[in-house]
Structures are given as structure tokens and as C-alpha cells.
Ligand binder design. Structure first.
Ligand code: PA5
Length: 469
């Protein structure tokens, strides 16, 4: 039974009372910017469900889709040993994050009887060694491939697909189509054409749902359901967070407050957003957040076409691992970061620290405690050290990592991103920088229609040997 408790946003250590006047904000800063926050809130509210904000409605508008996903997942679980996602960026990071959060941390190594779901792999690259390694460990005849691409034309995903389709055709002949599920746009791109031609089972990514906002649609829900994750509880969590964020007053709307504080911090030169969960299960949540935050807010121009070059560089960290790697920098380095800690109140397992060092008090103090107590103490200690060094930090508290709290967490970050984009007066939902790279790749590989881009690339100044040593 999933515990349906709220996640909590604690921003004490963003405030002058706790962090000191030099870096922190006070109630006046919040109240004097309340009208800006309200404007951002109203803008997001007015655009809900429209344009590229179709994702706001996903917690409630997918009843039939969810039923189809659950039925399809049941068949996949019954008939296949492995489930492979072919996709990249927003079509891969969400499924990976939820898999790590909600499945056994060594899922693929568990025996089938304990795993109760197919082995799970996400390609998310075009590294030939990675593809070769995947093919070494799966039996394609017992594998379902879920090819996910909103645009239906991303080179990386189509490359993965072409390789797998060829192998499947050779191994299975006509039956190959029953090993592919396509998740893509219903109307645009090449994958839908291929899916129709080959007769693949398809799920659709709604028009108003961009890659990094797609975890709540079939992009995320199908892989999750195949893994046995309660997708209804996941959506319910998102809906719950949405309801908590319906207030135009930032002090009563956690995502709006989180957005306002980051916005004010950015104005004070905090160009880096560190995401540091204290849970291995949430490590890839920081990867998913990094794309959401970086790709949505890193923009050259604002909505009026003015050059603004805004954005905050997301940094992924893991507690406690990175205490022994990056925390020295966070604590003593420049005042250029906001550090978000994610702590977990109740880990799903408790591990006792064994006795055995009675003669050495400096080790013996650990005995009798649990790893749960240790990781919690270390999170509190890092928070203390950061605060003592006047480094802006805040904390998201997860009562437990489960489908309901993960739904809340992901929706919280999506709303926070949308509000921050509105505060920055930018287009949160486009990605011209990514498109530029995609187009250059098409040109370099000779795709028809990209001849001008190819000319542009060929005309670029040749590198000199002088600077290559
Ligand atoms: O957020 C985005 O839109 C991008 O990161 C995309 O998810 C990524 O480029 C993959 O695109 P597609 O799903 O069209 O293959």
C-alpha cells in the first residue's frame, strides 16, 4: 500500500535570518516581489493546457490512455524478458529516473522470480560500444523495444531504431513488428509513418507536451507500467502537487516560492543550481532535473526578442557521495550557487551498523546506529556546513520514495520551471540551441533539405595545427 504523504519544500536557508543578511533574502524581498510572482503564476495559469503547456493536464486527462498502457504493459511483462527504451534526452531521462527511483537498485541482476518485471535498459546515446554491449546481454527474440521520439526524426533515436529493426527482421521475419512499440507524435515526423507501415503498436505524445515535460504521458507511463510501477498513484501524486500550487501567493504555493527564490538568486549572480538528493534511488532524478532546468531556462533571447543570455547551470550531485568530492567547493568556493538537498524521511530499508570495534571509540560511536541515521545525519551536517558558510540552500523532504511522492516531485519541478521561465520572460518550452545541433548533424550526414546548413558548416574556419599539441 503506497503512503500518500506530501513532500515538503523547506527554504529557511535561503533567508537572511538563517544564512545571514549578505546572501539571504528577507520577508520584504518576498513581499516586494509578490506582484512579479503573481504575474508569473497568472501567465502559467492562463496558458495551461494550451500551446506547449499541454503537460499541465496530463495528471487528469489520460483515462483511456492509461487503461491501454496498463493492458499493454501486462502483456509485455508476460511475454518478454527485457524491455529496451530507444530514445534520447526527454524521451529517455524520465523513464530512467523513475526506474531508478522505484525499482530495486539492482533490478536487472535480480533473478526473474524476484524481479517480477522484464530487465530494463535505456539507450540514450549513440555510442557504438553501448549498443554493442546491449546486444551482448539481451536476447532480441525475448525483448520488447519501445522507440520513443516526439519529433520522430531525432538522428540518435532513428539510428538506434534502424539497427534494432534490422536485427529483429533478420531474427524474426514478419513477426518483428510485435517486438516494437512506437511512442511518438500522432501527426508529425517519420516514426509515425514507419509505425503505420510496419504495424507497430503506438502510443501518442500529445502536441503540447515537449520532451522534457513528457514523463507523465506514455513516454514515461509505459516503461513505468511495464516495470510494475503504480502509474495511477504516480499521476495522482502529480495531481496532488498541482492542487497545492493553485495559489497566486508564493508563500502558499511551493513551486512558485521555489521559482521566485531561484529567480532572485539568479539576479544576485547565483548562476548554478545544484541538485543533491540523499538517496541513490533519486540520483537520476537529478539528471532529469538537469535537462528540465537547463534546456528550459538557458535562453539567448526573451519573449520580446531582446538578448538576455539567461539560465542557471544545473549540477547533479549525490549525497553523501559528493560530500567527498564536490562539497568542499560548495562550502568554501564562490557564492554562485543555490544548492537543493533532497532528503528522505523513511528509507524503504533499514540497515544496522554492526558492533565490532569496542576498543576504538572513534569507530565504535557508529555501532548501534543504522545507515539510515548516518545518511540523515550527514545530510543535516552538510546543510549546517553550507548554511554556516552563508551558501544559499534549500531542501525538499520526501516522506518516502514511492510512486505518489515521485509524481509530486516531478510535477513540482515542472511547475517551478514554468514559473521561473515566466519570471525570466522567456520561452520556457523551445530549444533552439538543441535544434541547431540536430540540424548541423543532419547536414554533416548529408540529409536532403540541409544543403544550406552543410555549406555553412563547410565554410567555417579550419582549425590550425598551432593550437593542437
Ligand atoms: O526536451 C526536448 O524537447 C529535447 O531534449 C528532446 O526530448 C530530445 O531532443 C529528443 O527529442 P525527440 O523526442 O523528438 O526525439
Amino acid at each position: 500500500m503506497i503512503k500518500k504523504e506530501p513532500i515538503v519544500f523547506d527554504y529557511n536557508n535561503m533567508m537572511a535570518d538563517y544564512i545571514g543578511e549578505c546572501q539571504g533574502f528577507d520577508d520584504k524581498d518576498i513581499s516586494s516581489n509578490q506582484s512579479l510572482a503573481k504575474k508569473a503564476f497568472e501567465e502559467v495559469k492562463a496558458n495551461r493546457g494550451q500551446g506547449m503547456m499541454g503537460w499541465t493536464e496530463l495528471p487528469t486527462n489520460q483515462k483511456e490512455v492509461v487503461a491501454d498502457i496498463i493492458a499493454t504493459a501486462k502483456q509485455v511483462r508476460k511475454n518478454f524478458d527485457s524491455f529496451v527504451v530507444l530514445g534520447i534526452g526527454g524521451s529517455a531521462l524520465g523513464p530512467m529516473a523513475l526506474f531508478q527511483a522505484l525499482c530495486h537498485l539492482h533490478h536487472n541482476e535480480l533473478p526473474k522470480s524476484k524481479r517480477k518485471a522484464p530487465k530494463f535498459y535505456v539507450e540514450d546515446n549513440v555510442d557504438p560500444e553501448r549498443m554493442a554491449a546491449l546486444l551482448d546481454v539481451i536476447d532480441v527474440k525475448k525483448t520488447m523495444f519501445n522507440v520513443i521520439t516526439k519529433s520522430g526524426s531525432t538522428s540518435e533515436t532513428m539510428t538506434q531504431y534502424l539497427i534494432i529493426a534490422d536485427i529483429l527482421k533478420k531474427a524474426l521475419g514478419k513477426d518483428f513488428a510485435s517486438h516494437v512499440i512506437a511512442t511518438t507524435s500522432e501527426t508529425k515526423g517519420n516514426l509515425i509513418k514507419i509505425a503505420k507501415q510496419e504495424g507497430f503498436k503506438t502510443f501518442f505524445i500529445p502536441d503540447g507536451v515537449g520532451g522534457r515535460f513528457s514523463e507523465l504521458c506514455p513516454v514515461g507511463l509505459l516503461p513505468a507500467a511495464v516495470l510494475g510501477i503504480d502509474v495511477k498513484a504516480f499521476l495522482e501524486g502529480a495531481k496532488f502537487m498541482d492542487k497545492r500550487c493553485k495559489n497566486a501567493n508564493a508563500t502558499k504555493n511551493p513551486a512558485l516560492m521555489a521559482a521566485l527564490l531561484q529567480f532572485l538568486a539568479m539576479k544576485n549572480g547565483k548562476n548554478i543550481s545544484v541538485m543533491m538528493p540523499y538517496a541513490d534511488s533519486l540520483k537520476l532524478m537529478a539528471d532529469w532535473y538537469a535537462q528540465l532546468w537547463g534546456e528550459s531556462l538557458g535562453k539567448a533571447v526573451d519573449l520580446d526578442g531582446k538578448k538576455v543570455y539567461v539560465g542557471q547551470t544545473p549540477v547533479k550531485a549525490l549525497g553523501v557521495t559528493d560530500q567527498h568530492s564536490q562539497v568542499q567547493l560548495y562550502t568554501e568556493g564562490p557564492f554562485d550557487k543555490v544548492i537543493t538537498l533532497i532528503s528522505v524521511e523513511n528509507y524503504r530499508k533499514e540497515v544496522k551498523i554492526a558492533d565490532g570495534c569496542e576498543d576504538i571509540p572513534a569507530v565504535n560511536f557508529l555501532c548501534g546506529h543504522t545507515m539510515n541515521e548516518l545518511i540523515t545525519a550527514e545530510c543535516n551536517a552538510t546543510e549546517y556546513a553550507l548554511t554556516r558558510s552563508e551558501k544559499l540552500n534549500n531542501r525538499i523532504i520526501m516522506p518516502e520514495v514511492n510512486a505518489f511522492t515521485c509524481g509530486q516531485l516531478m510535477f513540482f519541478f515542472m511547475l517551478q520551471t514554468a514559473y521561473t521561465g515566466a519570471l525570466l520572460h522567456i520561452d520556457t518550452f523551445n530549444q533552439p540551441g538543441v535544434e541547431e545541433g540536430k540540424n548541423a548533424t543532419y547536414a554533416l550526414l548529408g540529409r536532403a533539405g540541409y544543403e544550406e546548413k552543410a555549406k555553412e558548416l563547410n565554410a567555417k574556419k579550419a582549425k590550425t595545427e598551432k593550437y593542437i599539441i
